[in-house]
Design a protein. Structure first.
Length: 296
């Protein structure tokens, strides 16, 4: 088929997609919404696969020359080969718009169905503990720590960990699931932003995917996170490891999947030794269990 003919066919297919996507009620057999755990789905020349659910992710490839891909209005970075990554926050809405602007400026928008999940919610009939009023020294120290975390998360490295199937950073059962939340007399507490792995103190912590170390609180432990390590996996996807006993990598180090990063501990606010592993993408919190292999 000649390139112009191919372009016409592609355009017709794209137009079909857009129309069907906009009026799902009268859609024909081809208008089935993308499955929530697709092998690989093709929409308007874009191929993608992933876990399209709250806390999940998507990896895709856009055709050569694609001008832009946005998700929920946010522009996604495209790698030189057209590959991209996106993810869905714990509280992502049931539908997010994926928009593509092709090489010739032709646009296509397609809603992606994001499967909602039910989180472990514990309702407690006591008021939220007021806790000790933090003193001025703590507030000042905490503000500096949060600034450091924010600056580290804003760094973008040219690294391909985001393309990899992740491995678990430590062995041990999951003692705290992502997303769990307590409600104190109607007042919600913060939800659990990572998974807790019950590993003994001193157990090794391995890189779940390739990355660059963007924060390593090796000397001074952070007030809540203790010896905190943040690894950027590229495309805005980052891992954080909390409560470590020690770290063996430094800011700027490139780490390979499986490489030793440090050891499990209980520094910062922790009641016992464990590894809290958190994954974030563009400010959204993701469920590590959707990135690492099932069946621990
Ligand atoms: Zn935790």
């Amino acid at each position: 088929m000649s390139p112009p003919a191919l372009a016409r066919v592609l355009r017709a297919l794209l137009a079909g997609c857009a129309l069907l996507a906009a009026c799902g009620a009268s859609a024909g057999p081809d208008a089935v919404a993308p499955p929530s755990v697709p092998g690989q789905t093709t929409v308007g020349g874009i191929k993608y696969s992933g876990k399209l659910t709250q806390g999940g992710w998507l990896r895709g490839v856009a055709p050569p020359g694609t001008r832009a891909v946005t998700l929920g209005g946010k522009p996604l970075a495209l790698a030189p080969d057209g590959a991209f990554f996106a993810a869905f926050d714990r509280d992502a809405p049931p539908s997010v718009q994926l928009s593509v602007t092709a090489a010739d400026g032709f646009g296509l928008a397609m809603p992606l169905a994001i499967t909602p999940r039910s989180w472990r919610i514990e309702t407690i009939d006591v008021a939220k503990r007021p806790g000790k009023m933090p003193d001025a020294a703590f507030r000042e120290r905490r503000a500096a720590e949060l600034k450091q975390i924010g600056a580290a998360r804003a760094l973008r490295s040219d690294v391909g960990g985001w393309r990899q199937a992740m491995i678990w950073p430590a062995s041990g059962r999951i003692s705290g699931a992502f997303g769990a939340q307590r409600i104190y007399r109607g007042e919600p507490g913060a939800y659990h932003g990572g998974v807790d792995l019950a590993a003994p103190a001193g157990a090794p912590i391995m890189a779940p995917a390739d990355g660059v170390v963007v924060l390593a609180a090796a000397d001074a432990a952070f007030t809540l996170e203790g010896h905190l390590l943040i690894v950027d996996h590229g495309m805005g996807l980052a891992s954080a490891f909390l409560h470590c006993s020690d770290l063996v990598v430094h800011v700027g180090d490139r780490v390979a999947q499986g490489q030793l990063l440090g050891h499990v501990g209980m520094t910062g606010r922790a009641t016992g030794p464990h590894l809290h592993w958190a994954l974030t993408w563009q400010g959204g919190r993701l469920d590590p269990q959707l990135f690492a292999p099932a069946g621990r």
